[in-house]
Design a protein around this ligand. Structure first.
Ligand code: FE2
Length: 599
């Protein structure tokens, strides 16, 4: 049975294909369209997942959309009415888009895909989140917490999954929302919503949480973590341009930071704000999961929704919360809704047995040696190749030791927002100056932004405060770079380029079974240096989606200060840099057959 899950028209449009319970392919549209956070119809992602599964749309039994447009429309309509006339302009604007596009998703899908409407299903937004995490997890039974800005009405749900069924026990409803609260502070600190939440989280170690009490004056929090916002301070329920009212700035004694300033430097006031909202977020999440633990009696927890991208909070929930183990889907945001919607239909609705655990995030496109070599020759790019993997990994590790910054492009690209050793820029984490070098010459971004380490799974506990693996099943969030843990105290000076201000690091555990070449290369780096850890950041320039094909990789390499580019076992040196026309040949290849490239 083939099920196509789709998420679009909000941000990070995506497609996912589940065949007989197995997630065969999943990708965000932005990788192919090259439009960051592309929210349009995911035409290219659909084409890719079908192609990868060897299917046409006519082989698909069900197409499942990740939310219910009519319910969301109702929420929008009622909120606008409740806040009229302040909502008049946003009402006019969004009404136009709803009436022309969003409400008619079923007929639009049927028409665009050429399938009968009877094959199209709609899943609740938060059910999509819950299903994305639980049905891809290793738990037969688990409590499930989903938290985001807003779905239809829900902004958080507490539920339980057993076998192939999920039951939602409780929900928090718009406009009261932990995700929107966090976004309000994101905007207040001068960052863009849906983009800057990461920056706010990254900034928190630089501040002191001195505004925690002041934040609690804006909200009321129940013992179960339920929230009530004093809406005098917020504007997201009636405004399109602003999440905060002027009273918000008055309450904290300073106006919202100019977005032009947000990225530039660390202002201590806003750093303190970041630290404060981080504490409040963690406290509320802890209340939610403690309640969930009491109610369900489950030992394990699944997390999803945009707030589950808060990798600092995720780790605190593991350490300070009542659950033994936590699973977070590799794409906890709305992109992951595509996977969740498909699994909801397969497991929950159609009562099919659970599929395999999602052990890794390598679900995107890949390029064969023949394709890469054809690409290099076509563009007259000088290259070398080391056929033998062992010698190749040794070559890469040696270059890292020498201080080179390298593009690593290999295998299927990652599902979700993180680069995990398929489309990564890598460097030596023992050199403090690497952080500055990567930020200023390669990522062209704010100097304070931290980098992440990739560490061999079997040796992660030597360097990070994480338990040794038990039967290889624990710490799935760390595989997807969704935990920030303390770096062991004696290792902080060893790993200056990836250790944050507060001594923590956002680690990725690398598993031999799921990414053998990346694993071997890091292992080799460890043999040479005693430190089986490398620095890993996403393979893209600031503001661009992560690279998908060799042409994006080569251009990114050429436009940045990288020293080497590795495309599979092909080596391109810095003196071969030049600008080439980008090609898109992702969607027309099978195995080793080289297909035409279209400029
Ligand atoms: Fe969501």
């Amino acid at each position: 049975m083939n099920i196509l899950g789709l998420s679009f028209y909000y941000h990070d449009s995506s497609a996912a294909l589940v065949r007989d319970g197995q997630l065969v392919a999943a990708a965000e549209e932005e990788r192919f369209s090259r439009l960051k956070h592309d929210s349009g119809f995911p035409e290219l992602a659909i084409e890719f997942v079908l192609e990868r599964a060897g299917l046409t749309i006519h082989d698909v039994d069900h197409v499942v959309f990740y939310e219910k447009p009519f319910v969301k429309f109702e929420r929008m309509l009622l909120s606008a009415m409740a806040t009229f006339p302040r909502s008049a302009s946003v009402f006019r604007e969004s009404m136009q888009r709803w009436i022309t596009d969003k409400l008619w998703i079923k007929s639009m899908l049927a028409k665009r895909l050429g399938i009968p409407g009877s094959r199209i299903l709609f899943c609740d937004h938060h059910m999509s989140h819950a299903a994305s995490s639980f049905f891809t997890s290793h738990f037969e039974e688990a409590a499930i917490l989903t938290v985001d800005g807003a779905g239809e009405w829900s902004t958080a749900t507490l539920g339980v999954g057993r076998g192939n069924q999920i039951r939602i026990l409780k929900e928090l409803r718009f406009p009261h929302s932990l995700g929107l609260l966090y976004s309000a502070f994101t905007a207040y600190c001068g960052f863009e919503i849906n983009e800057g939440e990461y920056k706010l989280m990254g900034m928190h170690p630089y501040g002191k949480p001195r505004f925690v009490d002041k934040i609690y004056e804006l909200i009321r929090v129940g013992e179960d973590g339920s929230l009530w916002h004093d809406m005098r301070y917020f504007a997201y329920h009636f405004s399109r341009d602003s999440t905060l009212s002027e009273a918000f700035g008055r309450h904290f004694g300073r106006p919202a930071r100019d977005p032009k300033e947000g990225d530039k430097s660390l202002d201590p006031f806003y750093c303190d704000m970041a630290a404060s909202i981080q504490v409040v977020t963690e406290e509320i999440l802890l209340k939610m999961i403690s309640y969930l633990h009491r109610e369900t009696g489950c030992k394990n927890l699944c997390l999803a929704g945009g707030v589950a991208l808060n990798s600092v909070a995720n780790y605190k929930l593991l350490r300070q919360g009542p659950f033994e183990d936590i699973y977070v889907h590799a794409a906890p945001g709305d992109d992951g809704g595509a996977v969740g919607a498909a699994y909801w239909a397969y497991n929950h609705v159609l009562h099919q047995p659970r599929g395999p655990v999602l052990e890794h995030a390598y679900l995107g496109s890949e390029y064969s040696d023949a394709e890469i070599e054809a690409f290099l020759r076509r563009h007259d790019i000088r290259f070398e190749k080391i056929e033998d993997d062992e010698r190749f990994c040794d070559f890469v590790a040696q270059r890292l030791v020498e201080g080179a910054v390298c593009g690593w492009f290999r295998g299927r690209f990652e599902w979700g927002p993180r680069a995990l050793g398929a489309r990564s820029i890598i460097a030596d984490p023992r050199k403090a100056e690497m952080k500055e070098k990567l930020n200023s010459t390669i990522k062209f971004r704010e100097a304070f932004r931290p980098f992440a380490p990739s560490v061999l799974e079997e040796r992660a506990s030597e360097f990070f405060d994480i338990d040794p693996p038990h039967n290889g099943t624990r710490h799935y969030p760390a595989r997807f770079m969704l935990y920030v843990t303390p770096v062991r105290e004696d290792k902080r000076s060893v790993l200056p380029a990836i250790t944050h201000e507060d001594g923590s690091g956002r680690l990725q555990t690398v598993h031999k079974a799921t990414n053998p070449a990346y694993h071997r290369m890091i292992e080799r780096f460890g043999e040479l240096t005693g430190v089986p850890v490398i620095m890993n950041t996403s393979f893209n320039l600031k503001g661009e989606p992560i690279v998908e094909d060799p042409s994006h990789a080569f251009n990114t390499f050429s436009l940045s200060g990288m020293d080497f580019l590795f495309l599979n076992n092909y080596i391109v040196r810095a003196d071969a840099k030049k600008k080439i026309a980008e090609t898109r040949f992702a969607l027309r290849h099978h195995g080793d057959s080289v297909t035409q490239m279209v400029s």
